[in-house]
Design a protein around this ligand. Structure first.
Ligand code: AMP
Ligand code: TRP
Length: 332
């Protein structure tokens, strides 16, 4: 029996991924590559929806690849590639735009939030059409499962709607994908403001745990994470958002259940608990950062993996694109 297909994407918008990216998405990517036919994409075209600098774009794309490999994405098990190297993404993206209602696209909350923050004059049209390009990313590979964090749920719903619409109008062309969004880790919060999601665009960066940061810097950040009123280490997302977030992080990385952590820290204060979280995070990330730095020393190796990946991805994507054009009545 052939394996089910998984696809996901991540934007190269920063010098480092953060813990939310890892726990919300990449950790599942690594797990799913063993049981699925996996395609993982560094979505540089999506990254262009905000101001970019050519030097940074190149550097961050390679750093993204190095981090994904360091986390355990294996080129033997999964196809790792850069979105702009597979032109079918742009080609199907246009078809997706022509199938999406303006009102439907206007309801995307991520667009509404981001465009409200930056204002109409600096918001690019590409930010508005971004979910349609994401739909193309997914549908090109006849994807069954899309492992992402909670913030992408609405985009996956849109992808399903567009795919169903296309199939019923033009004949069955696309597999209808499903989101793979875990309960735990799907939303990691900022450790300075645990009511906001951990994000690279947030404030000062003091609340962001970055994979490529030094162990010393991360240790310091976690030790100064905000906590809540009271002194009991207990999971309560409403009353204790800070402690609950740290419990989720500890549990995801140490493999201990939240219940057993509550017991372990029963009668101890927040200080002891934060020290433990800091140690778990720092020791987990230390070898990953070293491995990524080592991989970055060998650019030809990284480029070979990405070029091979793009070739393999293209052979799948081109077939879907051809079928789509055929079903639309385009002359081939
Ligand atoms: P992005 O950096 O926006 O390309 O996000 C890459 C992946 O990380 C997506 O699947 C997001 O849903 C996920 N993600 C981003 N921030 C968080 C967060 N704070 N908690 C959990 N998942 C996240
Ligand atoms: N929009 C996603 C994010 O910001 C990234 C992304 C682009 C993606 N294309 C995708 C995720 C396809 C899953 C599948 O996180």
């Amino acid at each position: 029996m052939s394996q089910k297909r998984v696809l996901s994407g991540i934007q190269p918008t920063s010098d480092s991924f953060h813990l939310g990216n890892y726990l919300g998405a990449v950790k599942q990517w690594v797990e799913l590559q063993d049981s699925h036919d996996a395609y993982y994409c560094i979505v540089d075209l999506h990254a262009m929806t905000v101001e970019t600098d050519p030097k940074l774009m190149r550097k961050r794309t390679l750093t993204s690849a190095a981090q994904l490999l360091a986390f355990g994405i294996s080129p033997e098990k999964a196809t790792l590639f850069v979105q702009s190297q597979v032109p079918a993404h742009n080609q199907l993206g246009w078809v997706m735009e022509c199938l999406t209602g303006f009102g439907e696209a206007s309801r995307m909350t991520q667009f509404k939030d981001k465009s409200q923050k930056s204002g109409a004059d600096t918001t690019r049209v590409g930010l508005f059409t971004y979910p349609m390009l994401m739909a193309a990313d997914i549908l090109l590979y006849q994807t069954n499962l899309v492992p992402v964090g909670e913030d992408q749920r609405q985009h996956i719903e849109l992808t399903r709607d567009i795919a169903e619409r296309f199939n019923s109008k033009y004949g069955k062309t696309f597999v209808i994908p499903e989101g793979y969004i875990l309960k735990e880790g799907a939303k990691i919060f900022d450790i300075q403001d645990p009511t906001a999601k951990m994000s690279k665009s947030a404030g000062s960066g003091a609340g962001l745990i970055e994979i490529m940061d030094t162990p010393e810097a991360n240790l310091k950040k976690i030790k100064s994470a905000v906590t809540d009123a009271g002194r009991e280490v207990k999971f309560d997302a409403k009353e204790k958002p800070g402690i609950s977030n740290l419990l989720s992080i500890h549990s995801a990385l140490s493999g201990k259940s939240i219940k057993s952590l509550e017991l372990e820290f029963d009668g101890k204060g927040y200080g002891d608990f934060k020290t433990s979280v800091a140690e778990v995070v720092v020791e987990y990330l230390r070898p990953i950062r070293s491995k990524a730095l080592e991989l970055l020393e060998d650019e030809p190796y990284l480029l070979t993996i990405l070029h091979d990946g793009a070739q393999k991805a293209s052979s799948v994507a081109d077939k879907t694109l051809e079928q789509t054009y055929k079903n639309l009545g385009l002359v081939l």
